[in-house]
Design a protein. Sequence first.
Length: 609
Amino acid sequence: MKAILLAGGAALTLSSTFVLAQSAPESLLPPGFDDPAPTPSPSPTPTPRPTATRTAAPTPSATSTPVIQPLPEFDVADIALPDDLPSFEELEAMDTDELDELLGLKPRYDIPPAARRSLAEVGVLAPEEGGFATASLAGQPASLVRAALAGTRGPLVSRWGHILLRRALASRLAAPEGMDAVDFAALRVETLNSMGEYTAARAIAQDIDTGNWNGALTGAALDAYVATGDIVGACPAIQLQASDRDEARWQLWRSICAAFAGQGVRAGTELTRALSRGTAPAIDVLLAQRYAGAAGAGRRAVTLEWDQVDEITPWRFALAAAVGAEIPENLLTNPEPYYQRVSAIASMLAPATRAAGADRAAREGILSASAMVDLYSQIYAAEGTEGPAVATAASLRDAYVGEPAARLAAMQEIWGPSDSPAYGRLVLTAYAAARMRPSEQFAEAAPHLIASMLAAGLERDAMEWAPVVAQGSQGWALLALAQPDRQDSIGGGPLDTFIDADESAGQRKSRFLIAALAGLGRLESGTARSYSERVGIDLSHETRWTRTIERAADVDNAALVALLAGLGMQGEGWDRMTARHLFHIVSALNRVGLSAEARMIAAEAVARA
């Protein structure tokens, strides 16, 4: 057995020696498969491969010496430092935003380049959604559009005029020729703010990437954010804008945004410093601390001290409403219209609190009839609520159920004095009035019922009262204006009756009726001229505004007509409106295809004169 093992070992040794003695291992692949591919260029003669033997020693390779390039001569004294370079103490006092801006690290936009939106069209209401044509103002002179928008700074006398102008401003429009798209948007946001349409104003601003905002749009947008109570929503703009602005509100806003960005310690330090240094009134800083504490980081109790506060401001109202702080009654005894408008749309407030400003919002066109019904339905359903709004909510429920006489009585209680019902309450009862079936029994209340229905645009329901109302009455006048597609002209008999019974100041109702009927083309030229002379109006007198709106109607530009109509309807009451202005507004709107708006504005003028 041992001999066999030795023989096997010898055979293995001889076999290994034979293999090692070969000049190269023999390939098992067919010829050509393991040869390198031929190259067209000549290659250097290869070095003979060494024989693989046990005694073969490695050939030493040559080593290369690295070449070290000399450094250029550089003198530190040649470095030029900027004159305004902060000192170490100033750098230490800077916050992260200031350091980022100093070092050029501050972001210039908050939306990736691939997701940025075009400025070719700005707005939230597309033509297929009821907006005006996108290119409506593209070919108009920029100076004309700018003048129309810049000149509209305040509420409109007409609820329906307000609704029309809001629709035009919220439409997805291209900027006029020669006007920057951001400037155009800023003008629209400012106009919407002046009308109390803060939600629509914020939506227009949000349709533009924050990195494209200029100073005008930033200021108008921040006003809209404050009015809607959306403080954190403005943080992208706050963080992208310059951090060295001195406005107290801006500094407080930056701290709030820092808290909601996860920098609670920094926000707390900045607000504490602002309180100790008197950067802003104490109540403003305390409200900012309470709001920033809602972010969850560094939360601590904040006591609001109203004793030394003698006025309310939009900033204070917005933050107090957002954090649920109760504002002392003495500061809101006679609130300005601004606070009535913002409280009516503030969803964070209790429904009964919102009702205090809802009448104004409905009268001006900010709230619809449906929104008013929803608001008072919430008040009626709330338990433990007291006050006038609760009684109104109960009366509104009675206006929908029960016998017709009881329902009418409930509506009359909501309206107030029969000689001058509150128009906001007429908006509230619009759908209840539409449920009343026409009857001679209620002919005396027909004018208010018709006006209530027309306040919500329920013209078909209102027209059902035509057989009930007397010729020449106010109900007849409203239906004569609101009737769609009327072909025949109105004769003089009913007009004489209406004018003779008109007891409005300066016969304003009669003047509006003649002007509106003439604008709608429902009076023959001779009849319109004679009755205009009778009530003392001159519809042929021209001004720069009348010529402009007529030219806009001649070229069938509905959007421009709407802007110019809004310009001509500014004011708090219908005593600010002239019959001549009403005539041109109704006529121009009717000619450009906005007949429904023209008729509703005309009927509203007579109802509210």
